[in-house]
Write a protein that binds this ligand. Structure first.
Ligand code: ADP
Ligand code: MG
Length: 592
């Protein structure tokens, strides 16, 4: 609940990789078991081939008819051809479902991140966790985990059969393999470390790319394309370097098994040859045993590959879990908007202290003011005084360190956040417009609004002429962050969007700063009109807007200096008098 507490609480240790994997795999365990079983069947069928071969050699030696043994071989081939692909498909499908589940979970979480967590995050990096890291989950849950299970079982079964053929030769083979295994165990942790670096660089690349593409106009205007390009290239190269290194260790590990088995082949051939000579085993058994030695290559390579993939997957799991553990707002049912005509809100700040982070200086040093229901309250003060922060606290994007904010006498800290936000219409300082159509933007906060209501807010926000002029009207696409609109048009879209919510409390943060004089004057009157039925808070720099307000709150460096009307304040508060004389007028001159 409390941001300050969130920030100071020591994070609990991240769960172990296998626990996370189990959580993802549990819902699909039936499919995973089926896929694993089909895989095992293919393996088991393959395992019988040497025995069939021995039978063939025996039959040939004894001059018996071959029909039986040939039929058996045909059957085995048919079974392998059918079961092999089916097993693989089942596992693939399951893996993709796990990716889907992981993506849905992560997206649901990310869209509810608390604003302080969002302030510290890089959207591009978070995006790469949804798009890229989750893909690795498929490999680790299906190929890797199933590979480890089926690979070990196949090795075990093969070893058992080898032991049945000749225990002495089995011991010889295992001796060689244990040596190889020790080497591989040294290599695997390196693969894990390198994979983590590689995925981290992919995240850094996403962040660098998002930064560049998100502000490409600014970058062009600053002539900074090369430098941004170099930054993205650098993270791409770092990912390449780390992956190549991981690949090197994986290649070494993978071929260690093959090499070890080749060595084992010659050792078994020599030891086995002498055992055949001494009559301990027959030639058929030795040949079957040697075949099994080579049969060990695929499952052992599968095991090593799976162990490598597990390391790669563990790196991705760590990044996904990290994102899932960022503090988020609790999931609540979608908020319903207040019915039209809902009572305007009464607002009070009581000795509110706030800072954006424990390491940052305080922004509010005990703010107190009261705003009755209805009417317009203007917040004025130099830039950095903490005006926008007042609005952020009302929306509960952040929680105060102490003090309370009350709406209609109730502390908003106890309100359900969606219910609180449903009561508020908020036009942010930089009037964000989302990509999509004008209509999408208007309906963002009021998806059920009727055509009539839309018409009304378009008129109120003086957007009707613009919409009428556009060939596609409300369906015109506005571009990323509304770049196809002018600054003043974006502000009017943001105002219309807020009004469509029929707010009980309307927050306008320099919402008309970019409008031309004619539109500004018209909207000023409209806002004054709205303030008759709604509680309106405005942060304004124009004297014309400020003088219309029923009361003015003068803020400076995180404190409320004075509250009053324009006439009262001009005489009583030197800062206000100065602002009125210089800044308001200058702002009007600059932006008019
Ligand atoms: P105003 O709107 O009055 O110009 P703000 O409320 O936006 O001022 O900011 C008050 C102070 O808080 C400024 O010093 C600003 O640098 C700081 N600040 C604003 N937003 C953040 C944030 N998300 N994280 C850290 N500091 C912030
Ligand atoms: Mg501001």
């Amino acid at each position: 609940m409390d941001t300050q507490r969130d920030q100071s609480a020591a994070p609990a240790a991240a769960p172990a990789t296998w626990r996370v994997l189990l959580r993802y795999m549990r819902p699909s365990w039936r499919w995973l078991a089926l896929g694993g079983l089909l895989n095992l069947t293919t393996g088991a069928v393959g395992l019988t081939l040497p025995l069939v071969a021995r039978r063939l050699i025996d039959d040939l030696g004894a001059d018996r008819p071959l029909t039986g043994v040939l039929l058996l071989m045909g059957l085995l081939v048919v079974v392998t051809a059918g079961v092999g692909p089916l097993g693989e498909w089942v596992l693939r499908r399951t893996g993709e479902s796990i990716v889907l589940t992981a993506r849905r979970r992560l997206v649901s979480h990310l869209l509810r991140l608390r604003v302080p967590a969002l302030d510290r995050a890089e959207p591009g990096d978070l995006m790469s966790r949804v798009t890229s890291d989750t893909i690795l989950l498929r490999q680790v849950t299906t190929d890797s985990v199933i590979g480890i299970v089926t690979g070990s079982l196949t090795v075990l079964a093969t070893a058992t059969l080898m032991g049945l053929l000749d225990p002495v030769l089995l011991v010889v083979t295992l001796g060689v393999l244990v040596l190889a295994g020790t080497l591989i165990r040294v290599v695997m942790p390196r693969v894990g470390r390198m994979s983590k670096d590689a995925q981290k660089s992919v995240g850094a690349m996403g962040a660098a790319l998002e930064r560049a593409l998100g502000a490409l106009r600014t970058i062009k205007a600053s002539g900074a394309e090369h430098r941004e390009e170099a930054a993205v290239h650098r993270s791409a190269e770092e990912s390449w370097r780390a992956s190549v290194r991981a690949g090197k260790w994986l290649a070494i590990a993978g071929h260690t098994a093959e090499l070890a088995l080749q060595v084992a082949f010659f050792v078994v051939l020599s030891v086995g040859g002498s055992r055949v000579a001494s009559g301990a085993i027959d030639v058929g058994t030795l040949i079957a045993f040697l075949m099994y030695v080579f049969f060990l290559v695929p499952p052992l390579q599968q095991l090593i590959g799976a162990a490598g993939q597990y390391q790669v997957g563990a790196a991705a799991v760590a990044r996904i879990t990290e994102a899932e553990r960022l503090p988020a707002e609790p999931v609540a049912p979608a908020a319903t908007l207040p019915a039209s005509g809902a009572a305007p809100a009464e607002l009070e700040f009581r000795d509110v202290h706030f800072r954006y982070g424990p390491e940052l200086p305080p922004v509010h040093h005990g703010i107190s003011f009261r705003v009755p229901a209805r009417g317009m309250t203007a917040f004025v003060g130099p830039s950095g005084a903490g005006k926008t922060t007042v609005f952020s606290l009302i929306e509960r994007f952040y929680e105060p360190a102490s003090g309370s904010i009350l709406i209609d006498g109730g502390d908003i800290a106890t309100w359900d956040i969606p219910r609180l936000r449903a009561a508020i219409g908020y036009v942010e300082q930089d009037a964000p417009v989302l990509s999509g159509s004008l209509r999408d933007n208007l309906l963002l906060g009021a998806p059920e609004a009727t055509g009539e209501e839309i018409e009304r807010v378009l008129r109120v926000a003086r957007l009707d002429a613009l919409v009428a002029r556009l060939p596609e009207g409300l369906d015109t696409l506005v571009g990323h962050r509304g770049t196809r609109l002018s600054g003043g048009e974006r502000q009017r879209v943001a105002i219309a969007r807020a009004l469509l919510r029929r707010p009980r409390l309307l927050l306008l943060d320099e919402a008309t700063s970019q409008l031309d004089a004619v539109n500004e004057a018209a909207l000023r009157d409209t806002i004054a009109e709205i303030a008759r039925t709604t509680t309106v808070l405005v942060v304004a720099h124009r004297l014309s807007t400020v003088t219309l307000a029923d009361r003015i709150v003068v803020m400076d460096a995180g404190v409320v200096r004075a509250v009053g009307t324009h006439e009262e304040l001009v005489g009583a508060d030197p800062l206000y008098a100065e602002l009125a004389a210089t800044q308001f007028l200058a702002a009007s001159a600059v932006t008019a």
